[in-house]
Design a protein around this ligand. Structure first.
Ligand code: GLC
Length: 683
């Protein structure tokens, strides 16, 4: 049951698909003031799930968060927001309900920060749509919410392969070398990401002809080796006479303008840029159409970046700072003076005041950016997604973004931005998975190994042991940090085995992803969603259910030889050292210490559940999805509903995609359904 309560005159974010009549009754659960402040008294046992991409745990209680898409590479506990704005919560305890605050500007979520027992949500203005969702429990509520906001984005199957990325792959030869090293070491690989260095001076939709003289030919050469090139696209368009994108944007009036009608000037990678007005349908159509330049060269995937939008400086503010700097010249920089100098210069980037300087021409009228700030990245990715539907109607294109708002999940996935090579960020990666799934973001993952700072072999290996389960599995690192392609370390063989296992698990992971997308369900669930009555399961913050059959409990501590795991029911522990080396043991419900060596992947199978597995392959295309081994924990009868398709086309509905598999206690397999041409064997 969904109730929509409208306050004031909300901006149409288009997060919700379809028209929902506002409910005329009182807002349940909350008391509200001015349609702007909403408070809920929490009971001692209440858990608060949600907020998608943000800091801290799965249970959000005990901190204050903000919805304010931010370009912030320090994902520390004391932060309040990251790159996305995902305003959906589920309270589960004394009462159980979901709530979505559909509001495009800044929101504050004080969840027991000021008062342990009070949740206070505060918007800037009293123009907001609040949706309250009631249901049978958190899972049902999440599903109803997903029904409200529309089907999640579905990437091509190859995008479930392993991707290698690094900011600083400068030319074709460097990439050839990276691919060769993976292939030589037998490490499966499906994609290489092109960061900003493939462009001419960071100009969108250009390709540097000195370093990439024939992108189409190179993309073809890579494809022959099973590799997809995935270029980055940035939000800012370089201001440069003669640069076609700039000229067209100016001629069409597609860039964001200041109050006086002049184009707003910000600084990002290329220096001075204009921002395409992503909230203006015409500008969106124009910008989206530009992806064709790269599609025509054989590119089949993109990542959209800097679309909070990130601002290194605004031209206006920069001039002011230069003037004020004069005041510091020649004076004795004591404590106060040097602090204010630092504040002055440090305040240049991502300054909230700059977001008040420009406007959008939206269908419902002119609107100042800060009031709709959280919709920018969403609409940049929507521009691309809508263009792909037109340009490539029969083909799925990989797309994921850094910034997002709920609604964007229909057009692309997200990666979780500039994390660090920190152990705590493995756990943060895990925490975000179910929170993001609740909000519709299924195609997601972190920069494995850590983006900023120097990784270690151990950290990268442990992180990959989680990463093999996340739909987006990409090793990405920043320019200037230690190189972290897996072949650069001593235990290449162990890395190979871990990544190879991902490819063996693909039939299961892809099937679970697709079912979750097509049925508005979550692929990653907190244990408490599944074992609601279990007081230990309700509090677990470092284990997850992955799909219907598996529970994972990754290691996220340096020098650990294993970890404590809570089993909410009897399960089968499976221990892999590469696809060929598997050990199993049945563990009873309860608390266990489980040894997990550095090069081992351990997961747990629920009773009477199955995990279809392939024999792997060097890339997704080489994986045989038609002859599958069944790994199971069958006590009475194990069953599994397998989804599979060609991985490229957009026909998801055909019953021929489904196979019903059962295995009885004697190990007899039967399979049916229209997809039953597949063959299965026990492993
Ligand atoms: C941003 C992105 C990062 C990328 C870098 C250079 O920091 O988040 O992934 O490598 O920009 O483009």
């Amino acid at each position: 049951m969904i109730k929509k309560i409208t306050y004031g005159a909300p901006f149409d974010t288009e997060a919700v698909t379809g028209a929902y009549e506002s409910w005329q009754g009182e807002l349940p659960y909350f008391s509200q003031e001015e349609g702007r402040k909403f408070s809920y008294r929490m009971a001692e046992e209440d858990i608060v799930f949600g907020l998608g991409e943000n800091v801290r745990g799965i249970n959000k209680r005990g901190w204050i968060y903000e919805s304010k898409c931010s370009d912030d590479p320090n994902h520390r506990e004391d932060k309040r927001s990251l790159y996305g704005a995902h305003n959906f919560l589920i309270v589960d305890g004394k009462e159980c309900f979901g709530v979505f605050f559909d509001y495009p500007g800044k929101l504050t979520f004080d969840i027991g920060y000021t008062d342990r027992n009070v949740m206070l949500i505060e918007a800037q203005t009293g123009d907001i749509d609040v949706y309250v969702i009631e249901g049978e429990g958190p899972e049902d509520i999440a599903k109803q919410f997903r029904g409200l906001v529309g089907r999640s984005y579905i990437p091509p199957k190859w995008a479930f392969g392993y991707g290698q990325s690094r900011w600083s792959y400068m030319n074709e030869d460097e990439i050839r070398e990276v691919v060769k090293k993976h292939r030589e070491a037998g490490i499966p690989l499906d994609s290489i990401y092109l960061d900003i260095d493939y462009m001419v001076r960071y100009k969108d939709f250009t390709v540097n002809e000195e370093t990439f003289p024939d992108l189409a030919g190179f993309a073809e050469e890579m494809k022959e080796q099973g590799i997809h090139l995935v270029p980055i696209i940035d939000a800012g368009v370089k201001i440069e006479e003669g640069y076609d994108i700039y000229e067209e944007g100016m001629a069409g009036g597609y860039f964001c303008k200041e109050e006086d009608g002049s184009e707003f000037v910000a600084g990002v990678w290329p220096g001075r840029v204009h921002f395409p007005d992503m909230l203006n349908a015409d500008a969106r159509k124009w910008f989206g159409g530009k992806y064709k330049v790269l599609l025509d060269q054989g590119i089949e995937g993109f990542w959209n970046d800097m679309n909070e939008p990130a601002i290194f400086y605004s031209e206006k503010h920069l001039q002011e700072v230069f003037e004020q700097l004069e005041e510091f010249r020649g004076i004795n920089l004591d404590n106060e003076a040097s602090a204010s100098l630092n504040r002055l210069v440090g305040g240049l980037s991502n300054n909230e005041e700059d977001y008040k300087l420009f406007y959008h021409e939206h269908k419902d009228g002119r609107v100042r950016h800060d009031k709709v700030h959280n919709l920018f990245g969403y609409n940049m990715t929507r521009a691309a997604g809508e263009a792909f539907e037109e340009l490539e109607p029969d083909k799925r294109i990989l797309m994921f973004s850094r910034s997002s708002y709920i609604g964007m999940h229909r057009y692309g996935g997200i990666w979780t931005g500039d994390n660090l090579s920190w152990w705590s960020h493995i756990l943060l990666n895990l925490h975000m998975m179910p929170s993001l799934n609740m909000c519709g973001f299924l195609y997601t993952g972190a920069d494995l190994g850590g983006f900023g700072s120097n990784t270690t072999e151990e950290l990268l290996m442990r992180w990959l042991e989680l990463g093999i389960f996340t739909p987006l599995m990409r090793n990405h690192s920043a320019w200037g940090t230690r190189r972290q392609e897996v072949y650069r370390f001593t235990q290449t063989g162990s890395f190979r085995k871990i990544i190879a296992l991902r490819y063996c698990l693909l039939p299961y992971l892809y099937s679970e992803y697709m079912k979750a997308a097509l049925r508005d369900e979550m692929m990653f669930r907190p244990l408490s969603f599944v074992y609601a009555g279990d007081r230990f399961a309700r509090r677990v913050e470092d284990q997850l259910m992955v799909g219907e059959s598996i529970m994972i409990a990754p290691v996220y501590e340096q020098n650990a030889k294993g970890r404590y795991v809570y089993l909410p029911e009897r399960m089968k522990l499976v221990r892999f050292r590469g696809p060929e080396d598997r050990k199993e043991e049945v563990l009873e419900k309860g608390h266990h210490y489980v040894d997990i060596a550095l090069d081992e992947v351990v997961f747990f199978i629920r009773p009477d559940h199955l995990v279809p597995m392939s024999k792997g392959g060097s890339c997704v295309e080489k994986v045989d999805f038609d002859h599958l081994g069944l790994l199971g924990f069958v006590e009475k009868e194990g069953s599994y509903e397998l989804y599979d398709d060609d991985g490229y086309s957009r026909d998801y509905e055909s019953p021929s995609h489904y196979t019903q598999i059962t295995v009885d206690a004697e190990g007899r397999i039967s399979s049916g359904g229209e997809g039953s041409r597949k063959e299965f064997y026990l492993i």
